[in-house]
Design a protein around this ligand. Sequence first.
Ligand code: SF4
Length: 616
Amino acid sequence: MASHTGKILEVDLSTGTISTTQLEDDVIRNYIGGSGLAAKLFLDRVSPDVDPLSGDNIFFIMGGPLAGTLLPGSSRFTVSFKSPQTGIWGEACGGGDFAPTLKKAGYDGIAVTGKSDKPVYLSIVDDQVEIKDASDLWGKNVYETVDILKDRAEKKSSIVCIGQGGENLVKYAAVANGKDAFAGRTGGGAVMGCKKLKAISVTGTKKVEGASHDELKELRKELIAKINENIIAQSLQAMGTNMGMDVGCYMGDVPAKNYTMGDPTEMALKIGGGALTEKYLTSNHACQSCPIGCKRVVKVDDGPYKMDEGPGPEYETAATFGTLVMNDNLAAVLKLSEKVNQYGIDGISSGCSIAFGMECFEKGLITSDDLGGGQLRWGNIDDIFEMLDKIVFRKDMGDTLAEGVRAAAKKIGKGSEDFTAEVKGLEQPMHDGRALHGLGLAYAMGNRGACHVQQMTLQIESNWCAYPEVGLEGGYAGMDSKGKAAMNIPCEDIGMLTNACVICQFNLVALSIDDLVKMMNVSTGFDYTIDELMKCGARIWILKRGLNNLMGVTAEDDRLTKRMLTPFTDGGAVGSVPDIEMMKKEYYTLRGLEADGKPSKAKLDELGLSDLAARL
Ligand code: SF4
């Protein structure tokens, strides 16, 4: 028996029909699951011209073949769609327990099409699937929605939902699983919001099969032992992802003041993982079947930012609402992160949009009149809270910033595009391509825009791990562009696998690609080799690239903005700028892309994508 079911639950919210489709084994073997399988289904079913906020856009929410096996890091889920923020392929990945619970209900994923006239939620209890009224939930935040639906379910359930951000079609609204796991990037929450789909409640009571139960148990033991011995995994357990704040400063990898300040060490030490652990940490929390537990549980006992015990920020949100906006008040960072969670918006894009707005305000491109009489000053905590509310409820300048920085710069004009750090409409995360040139290339080539988790470039280039079995030997120098195209390609292919298999990259840091092959074979019953699995990664990357080409992406979109290419005058990455043109040229040759940015016919044929070649 294999751990995947091959079954996709099909829900049409326009007609109210519910059905299932059974996928062929060769489709599963070649596209695996998660966002890989979703990309294949999207290509087959959806016109690339689809309006992202129309009923014809499909919202895919998928687990992977490893979900439910209890193998380490295997419980994450992915969401995929055409993005309302970027207008190209959109996807995001989150942790929690949704994917294994959905598998126990009998499904590998859900495809939601159409649009409901009134708010609804999907209730799944094994084979019993119903579309239910959610009028009483509309207007509730993520935490409230999760509590209500958990109470309403007769048995233990996993809840996926949106907050007010998704309802109000904030272009970077997130999809939440519970209160501390978010698929944040590219606006899946807005896609759910436009469909009036407030939530999905799933209860699963079936057993997830593995190819070989005893082998699976043995492998689980072996891999957990490896992870427990790994220094990066140990640091993540102790300090969470926010350990990156303290360490990253020395490399010039922590963006500050809207990507203009090279050395934010003083601020970073006040809000980094060390300070958070010492002052506000009450415990850590793990996604189901994860031996690491990078998630933070925090509490602020008193003061203006008092908060009950609950989820704390990951590094990305700590930096966007900390150094990027010049806020060194850690309690305020925690409270802002809680608001971001409750509203259900992406912590990266929201913080970046506010930082961009601050620079526009400082330089006089937007005025107090544009802000409804308010202000948007660097490091002013009240201004940040106020703008966050305005974004979510789309008031005055908040309505503009709710579109993301690229669209906001287009609307504001007056040279404000010089303040943007984005690729293909997605804001740069809290790692800097000036400190890590390979990551700069990864941003430029990213299929969902500037993203640090669609590939494993960040971990490889920072020498957290190495995979010599696929040519990633380790020992890389961040501020060097040479050889980075060759490095980035397997990093991207592995990234595609992490979002298809679906496995947490922090767990994979402690393992090898051979371990991933073992996990896949023992779960699915297939007999993958490293070569075949890596080829699947390449196939999925090229498929998403082809989808983007069909949606209008050309070679001109593979670029970094002026801000991302302006050298720092201080800090760990002083004077360093990635040689993006040289890396891009090498990359195109190695990846099999033509000068116009489309994959060559030979590359498409080699990867079994001849159908796509005919459409490009
Ligand atoms: S390392 Fe963190 S994000 Fe990854 S599975 Fe574990 S708890 Fe979830």
